[in-house]
Ligand binder design. Sequence first.
Ligand code: CP
Length: 340
Amino acid sequence: MPQHFINTEDWSQQALEDLLATATDLKNNPFHDALKNKSVALIFLNPSMRTRTSFELGIQQLGGVAVVLQPGKDAWGIEFKPHTVMHGTAEEHIQEVAAVLSTYVDAIAVRAFPQFQDWQEDRLDQVIQSFARYASVPVINMETIVHPCQELALMMTIKNHFPEPKRKKFLLTWTYHPKPLNTAVANSALSISSKFGMDVTLLCPTQDYLLDAHYMELAKTNCDAHGASFSISHNIESAYQDADFVYAKSWGALSHYGDPEAEFQLRQQYQHFIVNSHKMGLTHQAKFSHCLPLRRNIKATDAVMDADYCVAIEEAENRLHTQKAMLLQLLAPNYTGVNS
Ligand code: CP
């Protein structure tokens, strides 16, 4: 079975440390032929700017070829349900798509956001799991219910400013946004910060905005293994106190999943969760970041985004370096040219 990159849970901290070390080398020495004669299909079921650009360019910089497909737009729509009568709009089944692509390319990367109807169904992550089941080449997650590529970029950024992140205080704060967004980046932020032993605080308005129990339990388990702390707070002032790294993200309340109008009425009360200079002033001279895209003066103020402590652009750049390191690990593990 090929090695996939579907989440960071399946990878040890040491393996991720090795990827990040390679990413730093690639940042200094970007161009290689390690993926010569290799190709990667990039399947986008949802929009992207950073992920698409960084993957396409990263593959090119390693000598490979990227093929971008948008099923339902420039490629046939795909059916993912097993054993179904395909009366709907999809023209072909994941079994054929994954099998055919596996004969053409060396890896398949997939972006497939949840459907936002039923969290119990969405949390199974069936689209990418179907690709992994039916493909015979590595499958890479470009964001589903987690965003592991963003995790690598985030941790590369954290380690640049805190070479020893263990026991540094990481605050994940919910922010307002007019729509109920995916929980993927929030799930991922908890996963990676705890995996590296940071003291993690999840700040959100109410219990409605707690994340799926799996990711909160994972964070607790990871923190416990490092002797670090995991806490949940609904108190803005105390949560920001002494933070070393503030990470902002908006997500929809799981308690109102599939009911965006009711969720909108709820979230309207919490626009004051915006990240601003006052809140950043409560921290331990923290760095601030966000995965982007970000609505200015909704999620974070201009003053925060333009401050020296904002490292969101650095994190976005690190998508390129970390994904290249991951592609090398999956497709050319014996390549030794990065440091030469
Ligand atoms: N952060 C991120 O994944 O950006 P895109 O949605 O633009 O790819």
